[in-house]
Design a protein around this ligand. Structure first.
Ligand SMILES: [Zn+2]
Length: 248
């Protein structure tokens, strides 16, 4: 079910054991070839596909689009929430739904900059409300490494930013938004870089993308999308069925 499509009496009548799925995205620069909506679009499509696979067994909120993207602000158009603002927004969404009686929350994330604040916000919620079931995953967490090794043709066998993987996803999901004439590889030198550095994207890329975008294909995007949807669907299905705690 899509929360925003329901009426309040319909929501009032729902089983409170239904997991609430909260997608988190961003409106941030993705190089010269992908639009600012990329992270929000991909994670929203994943959440919508999960909802189609599990109708009646998940309640999907609107995507929180105002992501934590200060590291992209040097590029025009990026809209970033400060860490505190971002965490407060996510917390307020959860707390409103807790007030309506829901207690299972799954945050499916589509933006790297949201990972740390999502986890901090959920940790704080858990400390304040120990009875909540809270889980967090970025959609890329559902990709088996073997799939990445098979699909991705460049030397980066994972996701970076507006890279082969992300460009492929957009070629599959929204090809009309991909500027094919602007595809370029970026951010690859120096190879390796400094361990653990906290950098802004204008310090490590020329054009705002990081990876081998020129290798992207719609076919790869479809494989990656289908895999993320399958993994996220199973994740939500397990939360609906009732899960035991397996990790910290
Ligand atoms: Zn992205």
């Amino acid at each position: 079910m899509i929360l925003a499509h329901l009426t309040w009496p319909e929501i009032e009548a729902l089983d409170r054991n239904i997991p609430v799925l909260i997608p988190t995205g961003a409106i941030e620069q993705h190089g010269a070839h992908l639009p600012l909506i990329t992270d929000t679009l991909v994670v929203t499509r994943v959440a919508e596909a999960v909802e189609k696979a599990l109708p009646g067994d998940v309640l999907v909120t609107p995507t929180i689009w105002h992501g934590a993207s200060h590291h992209h602000l040097p590029f025009a158009g990026t809209l970033s929430a400060a860490m505190g603002t971002y965490q407060t927004t996510l917390t307020d969404v959860v707390e409103a739904m807790v007030g309506h009686g829901f207690h299972k929350f799954l945050v499916v994330n589509g933006h790297g900059g949201n990972i740390d604040p999502n986890k901090v916000a959920l940790r704080a919620l858990k400390a304040a409300k120990p009875n909540l079931f809270l889980a967090h995953a970025t959609y890329i967490d559902f990709w088996p490494q073997a799939l990445l090794d098979e699909c991705l043709t460049g030397r980066i066998k994972g996701i970076r930013h507006a890279c082969e993987a992300e460009t492929s996803l957009m070629m599959h999901l929204a090809p009309e938004l991909v500027r094919a004439d602007k595809l370029r590889d970026d951010g690859l030198e120096p190879d390796g870089g400094f361990l653990g550095v906290i950098a802004n994207f204008d310090e490590v890329t020329e054009n705002g993308s990081f990876g081998e975008a020129t290798r992207g294909t719609a076919a790869t995007g479809q494989k990656l999308f289908d895999s993320a949807v399958a993994g996220a669907t199973e994740w939500v299905r397990q939360a609906r069925a009732g899960v035991s705690f397996v990790s910290l």
